[in-house]
Design a protein around this ligand. Structure first.
Ligand code: NAG
Ligand code: NAG
Ligand code: NAG
Ligand code: NAG
Ligand code: NAG
Length: 299
């Protein structure tokens, strides 16, 4: 009887230990080990595709249809101790999917391009150091939301400034946006001037006059989400000619069953496109220059 009782206690204790381990595993891990002075910081901004809706499925919960993430994390998007994210509570933690969680989405947050981008950089440059991702994307925002004084822009500036408090170097901003402006005449026709103002204000508010901006030119949407002004927005994006704004055409990426958001594989492709855009710039303008020429051949 006694023996039976102690077995029971051991069983309960083991169970509690397992549960607490699970909670520990799921809890965000704060970042203490890495030297925050050397973080290579990237900001991610735009609409819902940047925030990430890859792997979102519809599920019936209590008679209501809700959208939730399927939880699948492909190899390219796995966490890594060298990738951290600035979370909704404005703390650095080990980055994990869904990257934008808590910023503009909770259960409906899926995969975006951020983790695939960071993993690709670390794959191509193993000495890159720690990558700090600052997710700031907001679903459904027209470009006017990214003007000084509007919440999307102001929150971005606030988050980046706090993120930089511990040190670190801001290396660029990833931009995937435009859907919100392909439906209206004024949204599309003012896209170019609004975007130029965005770049100007951003660089001045962050004290980073040459901040690289990686601009994905919006792919053609599928019916019935085709806005009448898609050509105007694409032409505006393609026509941006500002130094250190690196454009690439993201047309051809696969759209998921909802007809309006990128699938998980497409998000991985997009992340890699951003990484290649970054390398195309960094090959000759930034510190990694010295990695290509380890001996100072110019001295
Ligand atoms: C279903 O939706 C209704 C209306 O929005 C809400 O009142 C109800 O609490 C929801 N039920 C569940 C189980 O979420
Ligand atoms: C278009 O113009 C109207 C009137 O000036 C304004 O209220 C609206 O916010 C504008 N839309 C966009 C997307 O800029
Ligand atoms: C997401 O990206 C796709 C590009 O493949 C585009 O067609 C769609 O309009 C975008 N959706 C939103 C909400 O921005
Ligand atoms: C971009 O601007 C630079 C100078 O500001 C100019 O030399 C160049 O021709 C422009 N390129 C295009 C494609 O307009
Ligand atoms: C850097 O990459 C860009 C784009 O891929 C290329 O045009 C340029 O020639 C490269 N520069 C050097 C120095 O390799």
């Amino acid at each position: 009887m006694l023996k039976h009782k102690s077995d029971e206690i051991i069983l309960i204790l083991t169970f509690l230990l397992l549960v607490s381990n699970l909670f520990w595993l799921m809890s965000p891990k704060s970042v203490t080990k890495c030297n925050k002075k050397n973080i290579q910081i990237f900001v991610l901004a735009g609409q819902s595709n940047m925030s990430g809706r890859g792997g979102i499925i519809k599920k019936v919960v209590g008679g209501n249809v809700t959208e939730i993430w399927d939880g699948f994390v492909p190899e390219e998007c796995k966490s890594n101790h060298k990738i951290i994210r600035f979370n909704a509570a404005q703390k650095w933690e080990e980055a994990h999917e869904p990257l934008n969680y808590g910023i503009d989405c909770l259960s409906s947050c899926g995969l975006g391009p951020g983790m695939a981008f960071a993993n690709e950089i670390l794959k191509k440059d193993t000495n890159f150091g720690v990558i700090g991702l600052v997710p700031c994307a907001r679903g459904g925002t027209g470009l006017y939301r990214w003007n000084r004084g509007s919440y999307a822009y102001d929150d971005l500036i606030k988050r980046v400034k706090i993120a930089l408090k511990d040190g670190g170097l801001i290396r660029g901003l990833l931009w995937y946006h435009g859907e919100g402006d392909i439906r209206t005449k004024n949204g599309s026709s003012s896209y170019k001037t609004k975007f130029e103002k965005f770049v100007h204000d951003l660089r001045s508010d962050l004290n980073s006059p040459n901040l690289p901006i990686f601009l994905a030119v919006l792919p053609y949407p599928k019916k019935p989400f085709e806005g009448p002004y898609i050509e105007v927005v694409r032409a505006a994006q393609l026509g941006i000619n500002i130094s250190n704004v690196i454009k690439f055409d993201a047309d051809g990426l696969e759209i998921g069953p909802d007809g309006i958001h990128l699938t998980t594989p497409a998000q991985i492709q997009l992340g890699h496109m951003f990484a290649h855009a970054f390398f195309s710039l960094s090959n000759f303008t930034t510190f990694s220059f010295y990695k290509f020429f380890p001996f100072n051949i110019f001295s």
